[in-house]
Design a protein around this ligand. Structure first.
Ligand SMILES: [Zn+2]
Length: 551
């Protein structure tokens, strides 16, 4: 059975709820209706005056006062525990210089036990005047003896302090690991910067969080995501530890939003254990295990994305294949043979090409229904655009990556290949199924930012005025579909999720405006008024007017 074809259990026993005076976005348009919720599902939709008599005793009536009711928003690609962890780390997003990064780390570290690791995330040397990778010297001077690991905004590079390198046993004699690079000073001494697989050399010596810490981070993440109006997420690479916690939260009925798991495909023991079981639901209807996440390459910012020709700003470098084409194909075959959906991270055009090749080699009669997907699908050669539809592979995109990357992506790719980047309109027009996500904590999980970026290809500050490569913009309905029906298809959930209708799960996102009608700028101020999962409120804007999505 495919994961999530039907809801397997229900919230039977809870009192019925009647949500009245909503402007409900149904597949047939926006209609003023009431929504009757029973056992976690939509039991009826009724127009004003159509319902006969008062609701039965015991029914809770909620007046939505003319608010817009959207299908519950789903983020089709984020890192749940990573996002929860980022809420407990030094936030380096937007730092305008390496000095500012060091300054923020000093502030965060003061008062913390000196033996404790300090982790951070979000620096981006492309925002600095020299665009150069940093060197750990200033960090070591300011925080001598402290183990520090600071990840780049894309997570595909990091800088470690001297102490952290020492704990990891990295020195001038250490060779680069396969698929990774230890950046060195002119004398050969590691500068602290680690790219792709080299990051693991240090991250693996960071003391591992136990189940209690993982649970705290997952619940903090879910709470923050519910405030952004999200009712469901796809967890792109769930580790064994995280899966154990998710299962225990599911059994205890403590997961506030729905989680669709893409297993961490780099853990052979996890795959041995899980692939022996069919994909499907956890104990409750909040958790599903449906796919395996694999990596074909790294990221563009750190020049880890695998290109078919050299980086325009780094001759001789074509990026990194995290797995060889042969290993990738073997991993795809293994997961697909166990009836699991396969989600391949592929950013560079060569990585996307190899991922499509790996999927195209599968027997379509057996595998099309598994709905394999390419995460990011960022740089797609012209001849590969139509292959998404032909092989029925889902393009899982993150609109905010485009608007974050556009200042420097042209330098990496050059004038010809830049037209291949973030080509959502091309993919859609060629018949590809799209799904939308944020890749949090790489980007904010705020779906309003994703909708805005998808429609405008502008940054929240409004630049560039015409949008970046505006021919690839999506229409408002197409942008909303990324986070509703498209994400549902990508998660094998369209029979109960991604649209509002009788019999569907009562997963709803209540907002103050119609996101398909307002000018795109207005999306950034759209208020999240209420987030409903299986009929229950997981977030309600408070009476003081504070709404969800405060970043
Ligand atoms: Zn990701």
């Amino acid at each position: 059975m495919l994961a999530g074809a039907v809801l397997v259990s229900s919230h039977a026993g809870a009192a019925d709820r009647l949500l009245i005076n909503g402007l409900v976005h149904t597949p047939d348009g926006v209609v003023r209706e009431s929504i009757l919720v029973r056992d976690g599902r939509i039991a009826a939709l009724t127009a004003p005056g159509e319902s006969k008599g008062a609701p039965p005793a015991g029914t809770e009536v909620v007046d939505l006062a003319g608010a817009h009711v959207l299908p519950g928003l789903t983020d089709a690609h984020l890192h749940l525990t990573g996002y929860g962890t980022s809420l407990e780390q030094v936030d380096l997003n937007g730092a305008r210089s390496w000095d500012e990064v060091v300054e923020r780390v000093i502030r965060f570290s003061s008062g913390r036990p000196s033996g404790e690791w300090v982790e951070g995330r979000g620096w981006d040397q492309n925002l600095w005047s020299d665009h150069a990778f940093p060197d750990r010297a200033a960090l070591d001077r300011a925080l001598a003896g402290r183990a520090v690991l600071l990840r780049r905004v894309d997570g595909h590079a990091a800088i470690a302090s001297g102490k952290a390198l020492k704990l990891a046993g990295i020195d001038r004699k250490t060779t680069d690991p396969p698929g990774g690079r230890i950046v060195r000073r002119s004398g050969g001494e590691p500068s602290g910067v680690l790219v792709d697989n080299a990051v693991d050399l240090v991250s693996r010596v960071v003391p591992k969080p136990g189940p209690a810490v993982i649970e705290r981070r997952i619940l903090a993440a879910c709470d923050a995501l519910a405030r952004f109006g999200l009712t469901q997420i796809h967890d792109a690479g769930t580790t064994a530890d995280q899966l154990a916690v998710l299962r225990s939260l599911d059994v205890a009925g403590k997961l506030p939003i729905r989680v669709y798991v893409l297993l961490d495909g780099s853990d052979p023991q996890l795959l041995d254990r899980e692939l022996a079981l069919p994909p499907g639901w956890g104990r409750q209807e909040m958790l599903r295990i449906g796919g395996v996440k694999l990596y074909a390459d790294g990221a563009l910012g750190s020049r880890g994305a695998l290109l078919g020709a050299d980086y325009s700003d780094d001759p001789g470098n074509r990026g990194l294949a995290v797995m060889s084409a042969e290993d990738l194909t073997a991993a795809v075959r293994r997961a697909a043979a166990a009836r699991y959906q396969v989600a391949i991270h592929a950013i560079g055009d060569e990585a996307v090409h190899r991922a499509l090749d790996a999927f195209a080699g599968l027997d379509p009669r057996r595998h099309i229904r598994l709905r394999h997907r390419i995460e990011h699908s960022q740089i797609v050669r012209p001849e590969d655009v139509a292959r998404f539809a032909a092989t029925q592979v889902i393009a899982s995109i993150q609109p905010t990556h485009c608007t974050s990357d556009m200042p420097w992506a042209p330098e990496r790719l050059g004038p010809k290949r830049i037209a291949w980047a973030y080509r959502w309109r091309s993919l859609l027009d060629a018949g590809a199924q799209l799904a939308g996500g944020s890749d949090a904590p790489v980007e904010s999980p705020d779906p309003r930012l994703g909708l805005y970026a998808a429609e405008t290809r502008r940054r929240p500050d409004g630049t560039p005025a015409d949008g970046w490569n505006p021919g690839e913009r999506l229409r408002p309905s197409e942008a909303l579909a990324l986070f509703t029906s498209g994400a549902a298809v990508a998660g094998h959930a369209e029979r109960w999720s991604g649209a509002i209708g009788v019999g569907m799960a009562a997963d709803l996102t209540v907002v103050d405006v119609d996101p398909e009608q307002v000018p795109p700028e207005r999306l950034l101020q759209m208020k999240i008024l209420r987030t409903v999962v299986a009929g229950r409120d997981v977030f309600v804007a408070d009476a003081a007017g504070r709404t969800g999505g405060a970043r």
